[in-house]
Design a protein around this ligand. Sequence first.
Ligand code: ATP
Length: 372
Amino acid sequence: MASAPAKAPPPRTGVTFAAELTFEGIHLHYGPVHTLKGISLTVRAGEILCLLGPSGSGKTSLLRVAAGLERQTAGRVLMNGREVAGPSVFEPPEKRSVGLMFQDFALFPHMTVAQNVRFGLTDMAARIAAGEAQLAIDRVGLGHHVNSYPDVLSGGEQQRVALARALAPRPSVMLMDEPFSGLDTRLKDSVRAETLAILREMRATTIVVTHDAEEAMRLGDRIALLDRGRIVQAGTADEIYHDPANLFVAGFFSELNTFDARVEGNGVETPLGRFDAGRHAPGSELTVAIRTAGLDVAAHGGGMPPPGTVPGRITARRFLGVSEQLLIAIQGADKPVSARIRADELARDARDVTISVRNGDILLFESGRESA
Ligand SMILES: Nc1ncnc2c1ncn2[C@@H]1O[C@H](COP(=O)(O)OP(=O)(O)OP(=O)(O)O)[C@@H](O)[C@H]1O
């Protein structure tokens, strides 16, 4: 369905025939190493899904399984309900209508931009391939560079050539492995926004691998978070941020202060105050996680701290541009708490402060359990 009909003129738009991609109980072993441990996940047609996780969690391995570069040990991969990899089926990458893009862009240095982009269009008649390549090059805004070699292009331009090359065959599924990590911070934001706009326009189903939670939130319609070969949580950025499945997930999306506490009555006592225990039963041992950005810090001239606040003393202060990070010693905590505030919020000479905690930034997890 995805390969362009040879006789039809190239359509004016580069819209792809997006496919739904399903992983069913995927296991992958590299020798004795059990890398993927039962991954089940569906990426809807036209959806952009970010595969997020720490180094070694299995993100690249899952992408390679989707592409057909790796064969899973158990489970199935389906595209639009059709099995492309399973116990008795294994379609190679070129049969799967997938576009691949890696972090190093993998451009051929001895080929021009046009030749690089045409490389994946070998199935088409030369004239049609040239037209399709030109369309993709124009789409990424590099029409003036068709005859340039990669070494004269900036990092951002090379990334766009790689994107054009991956998109030119109009894949049903785009698989991108850390596609922005080779770019410097200044470039990253604009290239990422442009890439997102192009992917939306093409409407290809896309998986983007990243280890950066903020990048995942910027890019993904949904995020699947991997930890040691398992999906710990999948959902929208909003769902995962506000209702993380466990402390690992919470810590991946926010900087946290954590305290151990036992539920007494209907509350938990911490050095930052007593909080509602919600659905947690009396006697439960909890980890109370409080986002560093969820602390309100005000200068304190002395006397009784206002109700609902705890007193503290700043021990370190670091200016970070838009925000500032404070370390504040408080009574009852064995180490200073960390607070992330707006840079102009607190007088420079403030030492003694009061702290209050915003309710939405308190997260409670049962101790010693993987889930909340
Ligand atoms: N070809 C291989 N042979 C043996 N082990 C491998 C191979 N490829 C990956 N692994 C192991 O599988 C695990 C997952 O690796 P993978 O590259 O999928 O993780 P990742 O989440 O993409 O990490 P990173 O963000 O560092 O790229 C790691 O423990 C890795 O050492």
